[in-house]
Design a binder for this molecule. Sequence first.
Ligand code: NI
Length: 295
Amino acid sequence: MWERVNANFRLTDEQIRRFRDVGFVVLDRITGDEEVERLRGIFDRLFATSAGRDRGRQFDLAGTDEEGRPPVLPQILNPVEFAPELAETQFRVAALAIARQLLGPEAEPWFEHAILKPPGYGAPTPWHQDEAHRSDGGVDYEQVSIWMPLQEATAENGCMQFIPKSHLGPVLAHRSPGNDPRVMALECIGGFDGANSVLCPLPPGGATVHHARTLHQAGANTSGIPRRAYILAFRGKVTPNPAFEGYRWNAEKTTAAQARGKAWENRGGAAGRLVRRAGAFVARVRDKAAGLLRG
Ligand code: NI
């Protein structure tokens, strides 16, 4: 049933208006129970095997990420690279349809991440705007993120919380949490008022859709179950913006994951880099062709 629904997934005009007006919408459902269960299994495997950690793609978002210390907020960037079956989900089909409704027909998948909030000690995600993470200077685009929990998301286990209309203002000042540049996360230190923020508990397979400028946070996981979330980010039409050179708070980062990524990139010296770049090019062409075939 969900296959049919998802291929034609549409936000209502009211939901689109709401997204533009307050910066987020909440969906009771974006995919079916079987897919959510399958994704839970994939996520648990990827985190248990530290997939991507050696190349800096799995890291502790909220801690200093030292070897041997359990991460308080493990995250995997682009998990689809480590579990190709993630490329074939109904969640992805529906999310792209939503992104195109909100950002226009040029909207394209931009990146994705898997977040695990371990039971009992999973750390809160500080207030931030996703756009503050951007480090790709010279261009501009709108971005949306579609956040789906793989079990119930509640106030106790760290559901999303948004500040309505915060997407209408600029990107506010951010810094590394505790001013520690070894931590990958960002926290907003600009003037904002969290008093009228909206908690968004969700059933498994529900989703929130938010603009890259919408201020949001997620609490700690004080429950007894892991809180997993799968996030797909999309960007709209890209336009030149020579004035944007990236943010200082990102340039200052010195994370362990960056160091692991650099070491991975330099494996085998120049020849190794060339082989990996050629492989990445072939994969991009293949994905493009697959995308065209799917329409
Ligand atoms: Ni975020």
